[in-house]
Design a protein around this ligand. Structure first.
Ligand SMILES: Cc1cc2nc3c(=O)[nH]c(=O)nc-3n(C[C@H](O)[C@H](O)[C@H](O)COP(=O)(O)OP(=O)(O)OC[C@H]3O[C@@H](n4cnc5c(N)ncnc54)[C@H](O)[C@@H]3O)c2cc1C
Length: 204
């Protein structure tokens, strides 16, 4: 048996959260590769008497995608850092994955367009990345589902995942006494929950 009996759901959610950070990182790498292909090709290809790399319309696209990829990388690092420290990261993992995959899709579209006819050919790196980037928006939770998760956390119309995480952790591995003050249970306003080391929790 993997893990403890009765904790399958917790593990499934945990695996998904970790997977989303990994997909976010894949998006960052894929975007970097698309930028590299676009930059390299634009420096050698001449159209209308000039190198593609001299056209501002194309330079702006590279600048935009590279900037967005930096932002995606920071989101991935932040979510990974929370996970490493054993802190709640469901929202952050969802944000990292959906933003990074969106940027990867934009970058792949750019790479295909930069390479023109070559980018469209089956077998070209750009064509493969265009298809692969799309998977990042679908697998490990579609981006629509991830936005639902982010919105749910922000609108706090459910027990906050931070609180749920702490409660489940305390109940499954009772260790120390903890006191949680939560403001994100909209129905009840501010609540204080005290969990004893034996896993018993009381709220008020
Ligand atoms: C190449 C590839 C590899 C995969 N590998 C794996 C794997 O290794 N392991 C695994 O378990 N799965 C894998 N999957 C499956 C993948 O996780 C699912 O395809 C994905 O979760 C979407 O589920 P679905 O296809 O049933 O789409 P559906 O759930 O039918 O959704 C269809 C569309 O409707 C949207 N939608 C659904 N509900 C809502 C809503 N309430 N509001 C707004 N929009 C909504 C979705 O976002 C999506 O765009 C893989 C898929 C692909 C394409």
């Amino acid at each position: 048996m993997i893990g403890k009996e009765g904790e399958g759901f917790i593990q499934a959610i945990d695996v998904l959260n970790g997977g989303r950070i990994a997909v976010g990182a894949m998006g960052v790498g894929m975007t970097g590769s698309c930028i590299k292909s676009s930059v390299e090709y634009s420096k050698v290809r001449e159209a209308f008497g000039s190198k593609l790399s001299t056209y501002q319309a194309l330079r702006f696209q590279i600048a935009e995608v590279a900037t967005e990829n930096e932002a995606a990388w920071q989101l991935v690092l932040h979510a990974a850092d929370l996970r490493d420290r054993g802190l709640p990261h469901r929202k952050e993992a969802a944000m990292a994955k959906y933003f990074s995959s969106q940027v990867a899709m934009k970058a792949a579209r750019m790479a295909v367009q930069f390479l023109g006819g070559y980018g469209y050919f089956r077998g070209s790196d750009a064509e493969r990345m265009y298809r692969d980037a799309k998977l990042l928006e679908i697998g490990e939770g579609t981006n629509e589902v991830l936005k639902m998760i982010v919105a749910k956390e922000l609108l706090a119309d459910h027990i906050s995942s931070k609180l749920l995480f702490l409660l489940l952790r305390n109940i499954s591995t009772p260790s120390t006494d903890i006191t949680i003050t939560a403001t994100s249970i909209s129905t009840y306003g501010k609540v204080k929950i005290v969990c004893k080391g034996d896993g018993f929790c009381i709220g008020g």
